[in-house]
Design a protein around this ligand. Structure first.
Ligand code: NAP
Length: 428
């Protein structure tokens, strides 16, 4: 029976999961592929690296040991980052080895270069685990829906922030306390910046929108905002209005142009994404061809992510020297739809002087910019009042022009809290 050698770069959280699954499920993998898929070498930085599940004789600190091994035809990159990982992937692809990776930042920042190298060498570059972990959203977009004209990819693509927002809603605790608890429980990294700041979700949305719309979107094309400014106060107000806060990745194709962004947003409690709590992820896909599809599951974790990596390895092994869906499906060049032209609904919380005439000034400024109010709640706080407004959908440029003028009024105190509202408030 033919043997396929795997060179694994990195034996950390996901790499060790891949090592475990390759040995635990060896018989199933052989039945699925008709080949023996064998872990031949593992690259780690530290020569003294050890792991209870790793045969030390497989360990190397020299990438060339993997590159020069003629029995290794698939390199699985799980070290992360955009430094050594880029060099290793490019060298492997140029040497004619297939590459499987979970590295979202690398693909979102250097995808064009990597796909070009794969194409030139006629090898596969697979990356299912780079977005939404174990959930096979990339395979569904690349294969099942490749010609279905998907026009929206919309969802929760970061488990850390979803865990934190869910905990804030359940306990009423504020951001800092929930972050500390998430770090204690292992849901957030010691340095949580990429997750809470939205960069992790933005890289995933760059990858997903590139595949969905067949047009290259890089990290630089995705404006992102995280959850660091979401307060317990806004979550509580949202709850009273029947809304749940989520960090959303939103990619839309509008009249032949695309808009891809990451921002925190309120959703009606009845929206299917509102019920996705804890560290879970879920992605909504829409198209005229099939209306809506929702994919839901764990977006991270050692074994869940490793299972997506193994699926890619099997897909590569089964299609070597055969025809298969192209590596890169970005064969269009779809222009960007500007953020300012997007029509959105907003939640706005303002602290104002509790005096006659203030509301009239606000209403006048909203009116001048064509912004209309859906509902408003006012709560007195001594000399101040807190206003919580839900606005009707409006061009974002109009809303932000009104907001700039409103924020500058002497009657308005502090920074207003602004959160987009997604989903249909009436029908969902
Ligand atoms: N963790 C998840 O749930 C998850 C989910 C989806 C996707 N991913 C992606 O999967 C990739 C791996 O993530 P992970 O969580 O498994 O990371 P990790 O636990 O930090 O593992 C990475 C391993 O690679 C080693 N390494 C780093 N640089 C190296 C180099 N230049 N040469 C050799 N070895 C090197 C690290 O060693 P040191 O510890 O000594 O640096 C570590 O053992 C990342 O791209 C990540 O975004 C992870």
């Amino acid at each position: 029976m033919e043997t396929v050698g795997i060179g694994l770069l990195g034996y950390g959280t996901v790499g060790s999961g891949v090592g475990k699954l390759l040995s635990r499920n060896a018989d199933d993998i052989t039945l699925a592929t008709g080949k023996r898929v064998v872990l031949k070498r593992v690259l780690e930085k530290d020569p003294g690296f050890s792991h209870p599940d790793l045969d030390p004789s497989l360990l190397t600190t020299r990438f060339d040991d993997i590159l020069e091994d003629p029995d290794i035809s698939v390199v699985v990159e799980l070290i992360g980052g955009t430094g050594a990982a880029l060099e290793f992937q490019l060298r492997a692809l140029k040497a004619g080895k297939h590459v499987v990776t979970a590295n979202k930042q690398l693909l979102a920042q250097h995808g064009a270069e990597l796909f070009e190298a794969a194409e030139e060498s006629g090898v596969h570059l697979r990356f299912e685990a780079s977005a939404v972990g174990a959930v096979p959203v990339i395979k569904v977009l690349r294969e099942s829906l490749v010609a279905a004209e998907v026009d929206t990819v919309f969802g929760i693509v970061n488990g850390t922030t979803n865990y934190m927002l869910s905990a804030m809603a359940e306990t009423g605790a504020d951001y800092d306390d929930v972050l500390a608890e998430a770090q204690r429980l292992g849901y957030a990294e010691a340095d949580p910046t990429e997750d809470v700041g939205g960069k992790d979700a933005a890289a995933k949305m760059a990858i997903l929108s590139s595949i969905a719309f067949h047009s290259r979107t890089g990290l630089d094309d995705v404006p992102f905002e995280g959850i660091t400014r979401i307060s317990a106060t806004d979550i509580a107000h949202g709850g009273r209005l029947g809304l749940v806060a989520k960090l959303l990745g939103v990619a839309k194709l509008i009249d032949g142009r695309m808009n891809v962004r990451v921002y925190p947003a309120f959703l009606p409690k009845t929206h299917p994404l509102a019920g996705v709590t804890g560290a879970y992820n879920a992605v909504f896909l829409t198209s005229d061809a099939f209306d809506e599809i929702m994919l839901f599951g764990p977006g991270a974790g050692s074994i869940p992510t490793a299972s997506a990596v193994i699926g890619d390895i099997i897909s590569v092994v089964n299609t070597v020297n055969g025809s298969f869906v192209r590596n890169c499906l970005c064969y269009k060049d779809v222009p960007t739809f500007p953020d300012a032209e997007m029509v959105s609904r907003f939640y706005l919380r303002l602290r104002v002087n509790d005096q006659p005439g203030v509301l009239a000034k606000l209403s006048a400024l909203f009116g001048e910019h064509g912004v209309s109010i859906h509902s408003m709640v006012q709560e007195g706080r001594g000399d101040e009042a807190e206003l919580v407004l839900l606005l009707h959908p409006v061009r974002e440029a109009q809303f932000f022009a009104a907001l700039d003028e409103i924020s500058a009024l002497p009657d308005v105190h502090g920074d207003p809290a602004v959160i987009r509202v997604e989903g249909d408030l009436k029908t969902r």
